[in-house]
Design a binder for this molecule. Structure first.
Ligand code: PLP
Length: 420
């Protein structure tokens, strides 16, 4: 066992971990007792560790790669998370970031939780526990792994009331449900169909129409697009964003609350934002679950930087996701040409990138990729840092729109290695 643990030491894993792995190898039988097998075992364990990777998939918000790329660059110091520097008294964790985010989307108030699923859960638990929530049959859906509206509803203690039909739900359907159920109804919940599309004979009821109902309308808009007009981009909003609801527009249309993710089109850390009427946000903040769902200082700091970037009109400069979106194909082609010329390998081809993270399904944005004949995915994943690409029609594509230009030298080095 000692011999195996020593062979594993080159992996850089802590000695105690190598000993534990060696113990497993001993239990597995003689074929695991060679030094070669021991090194492979340690290497496998090392490769399970979280590490920065180069996302060359062309999926800008890749759920398996942590969605929005983000630099958390704050020093390991104490932070005034719940401390008011003016009074010297205990402060609110949500106050500073909440009010900045509220301003960013044009809401009275906002608060932050760990992700959007937590946001929806908290809203339902705080505002509709033991009561009923109207949801269109067409929006009683599953979004991504495990976020299913009926199941979140059940966990919150609210009762789901199906309204309308799978393909068409009109305002009259909501009205009828309200007449029948009366004061039991706490909310109407509208869920954006983020990652799927129903086409043909379909109709849904927009927030502006629902806002006339005598119950608050909560809109789970999912993606966290701050403003559908994208004032931070030089031109008009890109075509692929058509149909994505903006938080600002949804609140203007009369939603009492919106909930959205921090790490989708907002471009920030994993978080969930609840924004809207101050009394409803306060009710959510007071609920016991709020404590269980609250984020830590690093997430709050990152969201604060993000909100300041939006408020300061520095989105393209400061938010990596929007910088990727704003890159022109001319920029991307120049980078691809330089990579291929320096590496002496690969060819530059047109490609199509996608926003990802279940935002804007079925749409693409023009991009540029470096193409290598054959499947090189495994070798690229073994590079330092690992590079994640995709294979299409028997060739490997490294899409530059999802790659930070600072990582281009890593692509060049990997291409050079692939030539040998
Ligand atoms: C992505 C999404 C969720 C889940 O958000 P997480 O931040 O991943 O928890 C919920 N609702 C909608 C509409 C979404 O698009």
């Amino acid at each position: 066992m000692d011999r195996l643990a020593r062979a594993m030491a080159a992996s850089g894993l802590p000695h105690a971990l190598c000993v534990a792995l060696a113990r497993e190898a001993v239990a597995d039988g003689p074929e695991a007792w060679t030094e070669h097998a021991a090194i492979a075992r340690a290497e496998h364990a090392r490769r399970l560790l979280l590490t920065p990777v180069v996302n060359a998939t062309g999926v800008l918000l890749h759920t398996n790669l942590g969605r929005a790329p983000l630099a958390l660059a704050h020093p390991p110091s104490a932070v005034n998370v719940e401390f008011d520097l003016t009074t010297g008294e205990r402060g609110s964790r949500q106050a500073a970031v909440g009010s900045l985010l509220a301003r960013t989307v044009g809401a009275e108030a906002a608060m932050v939780v760990n992700n959007n699923a937590a946001g929806v859960l908290l809203v339902l638990a705080a505002l509709a526990h033991g009561r009923e929530v109207l949801v269109s049959r067409g929006e009683s859906v599953e979004i991504g792994g495990g976020f299913r509206v009926p199941e979140v509803m059940e966990q919150s203690g609210a009762r789901l009331v199906d309204v309308g039909t799978t393909n068409r739900t009109r305002l009259a359907d909501y009205r009828r449900a309200l007449e029948r159920r009366g004061a039991d109804v706490a909310l109407a919940l509208k869920v954006h169909p983020s990652n799927y599309r129903v086409e043909g004979f379909v109709e849904d009821t927009p927030v502006a129409a629902l806002a006339g109902l005598p119950v608050p309308v909560v809109a789970d808009i999912g993606s966290g697009l701050v403003d559908a007009t994208c004032p931070w981009l030089p031109g008009p909003p890109p075509a692929w964003l058509a149909g994505e609801p903006g938080a600002r527009q949804t609140i203007e249309a009369g939603a009492a609350l919106v909930t959205f993710s921090g790490d989708k089109l907002l471009g920030g850390p994993q978080a969930g934002v609840i924004a809207g009427r101050a009394d409803l946000v306060a009710a959510c903040a007071r609920h016991p679950l709020a404590r269980a769902l609250r984020p830590g200082a690093h997430v709050l700091l990152a969201l604060q930087d993000l909100a300041l970037a939006y408020l300061g009109g520095r989105v393209v400069e400061a938010v990596p996701f929007w910088r990727m979106v704003a890159a022109t194909t001319t920029d991307l082609r120049a980078r691809a040409d330089a990579i291929v010329a320096t590496a002496g390998h690969g060819e530059v081809v047109d490609a199509e990138a996608v926003p990802g993270a279940g935002s804007a399904p079925g749409v693409t944005m023009p991009s540029v990729a470096v193409r290598l004949a054959g499947d090189h995915l495994a070798a690229l994943r073994a590079a330092t840092p690992p590079i994640v690409g995709r294979v299409r029609d028997g060739a490997t594509l490294l899409d530059l729109r999802s790659v930070d230009p600072a990582d281009d030298p890593h692509l060049t080095a990997a291409l050079r290695a692939a030539r040998r």
